[in-house]
Design a protein around this ligand. Structure first.
Ligand code: C6P
Length: 413
């Protein structure tokens, strides 16, 4: 085992060389990038895949008979199959390219929701949701006359499963919950939650934005009806993501948007829609970034999702112990099952001040409400400071974080 090998066998120093952006100074300090839950860094193979597309194959997809268009189409569709296999989805037809998790949720709320949700029905979300898994359902409920219900949580940030069971009734048409909370890091027991929802006939959407970079996701084993994620959280480009949906559901759903590529034929009298997945992909897609996301999926699979999860569990436990031991620091979110997120407050100091001082020490974190204002309200804070880890982070970077929090206390003590 080389000196840079972790206890679980990840050669972190070697992996870091794939991420040139990690190797820089910020305010004359070495960068400790601990804002991965917002956007992770991008490795060279992903950058190369995008570059290769622009250098060699740049053209539109599904439209040209010429060589460049054929090559671009092949690479683009190959990337879809990579995502399909990564999620263990039965068919490539069930993978729809989106701009990210937000668009995936909006697609389901607009298309499935408008076709299936009526006055008197209920949509069930949780107290842990990101705004993008709240607002589209609120909009749907306002339009349809349905009622939005919320699964409550405890002080640790765990959803109350008995309350969940109580809220599930024959009126529940859809359950939308995240796999991992972005504000607290709680891993929700989605497999069991999906089974319970199915028992009352409800359809389930899982917001996988924060789970996808940290653990193996198997949509078949979960029996998820819809699973949405974003490319930029899994070391891929921004502006691209994917939505998995069960074929039977997708086939029965009306299109989300109208335009080119989503049609089989158009006359002024009638349009026949294209087959899956293209029915949901109107207009020229984000070709280069879909290819980049395919490369990102290859990249993490090469490392191994289980190895990533094991290494990050070690890192989170080290960070939790170190940060919790600092006098005057309160951890926010202490669920038994957590992934890669450490939210905290330095008592008496505004998180924006904490974030700014940490930045001066080279430590990049997110300070704010994390687009999860109901979570902040639950804990009675306007915002938290959030450190979030990826497999390329190290114990030394966590020590740097701890030292920087010490600086905050020195300045505000
Ligand atoms: N959370 C964070 O710093 P988009 O913006 O569409 O890629 O992802 C939205 C989204 C949905 N669900 C969860 C659980 C998320 O964490 C996010 C994005 C970022 O926590 C940016 S707000």
């Amino acid at each position: 085992m080389s000196a840079s090998m972790s206890a679980v066998g990840l050669d972190v120093q070697a992996l870091r060389r794939d991420f040139p952006s990690l190797d820089q100074q910020v305010h004359d300090k070495p960068l400790a990038y601990l804002d991965n839950a917002a956007s992770a860094q991008t490795p060279l193979p992903v950058i190369d895949a995008i570059r290769d597309h622009y250098l060699r194959d740049r053209s539109n997809v599904h439209r040209g008979v010429h060589e460049l268009s054929q090559r671009a189409t092949n690479a683009y569709e190959k990337a879809r199959v990579k995502v399909q296999r990564f999620l263990n989805a039965p068919s490539y037809e069930e993978i729809i390219w989106t701009r990210g998790t937000t668009e995936g949720v909006n697609l389901v709320a607009s298309s499935w929701g408008r076709a299936n949700v009526r006055a008197g029905d209920e949509v069930l979300i949780s107290a842990l949701e990101h705004h993008s898994n709240i607002v589209p359902w609120q909009m749907l409920c306002q339009q349809s006359g349905a009622t939005l219900r919320v699964i409550p949580m405890n002080q640790a940030g765990e959803l109350l499963q008995d309350e969940y069971e109580r809220l599930l009734t024959e009126r529940t048409k859809l359950v939308a919950v995240n796999h991992v909370s972005n504000a607290l890091g709680t891993i929700n027991p989605v497999r069991e939650m999906i089974a319970k929802a199915h028992a009352v006939g409800a359809v389930v959407l899982i917001d996988g934005a924060q789970a996808i970079p940290h653990m193996a996701v198997d949509v078949r084993a979960l029996d998820a009806d819809f699973y949405a994620f974003s490319g930029h959280k899994i070391f891929g480009p921004t502006g691209i993501g994917a939505l998995y949906g069960k074929k039977a559901l997708l086939e029965a759903m009306p299109p989300y948007q109208g335009g080119g590529d989503m049609i089989a034929s158009v006359t002024f009298e009638k349009t026949i829609y294209n087959d899956l997945p293209y029915k949901f992909e109107a207009g020229t897609p984000n070709i280069a970034d879909a290819i980049g996301l395919g490369a990102a999926v290859d990249y993490v699979q090469k490392i191994g999702m289980d190895a990533i999860a094991a290494y990050e569990a070690e890192l989170l436990s080290y960070a939790t112990e170190k940060v919790a031991a600092i006098d005057g620091v309160r951890l926010i979110g202490t669920a038994r099952h957590k992934a890669s997120v450490l939210s905290f407050e330095v008592v008496g100091v505004h998180p924006h001040d904490v974030g700014t001082i940490l930045d001066r020490e080279g430590v990049a974190v997110r300070a704010g409400h994390h687009c999860a204002q109901p979570v902040m309200e639950f804990y009675g804070v306007a915002a938290t400071t959030r450190a979030s880890f990826a497999f390329y982070n190290t114990r030394e970077e966590i020590d740097q974080l701890v030292g920087a929090i010490g600086k905050v206390k020195e300045l505000f003590g």
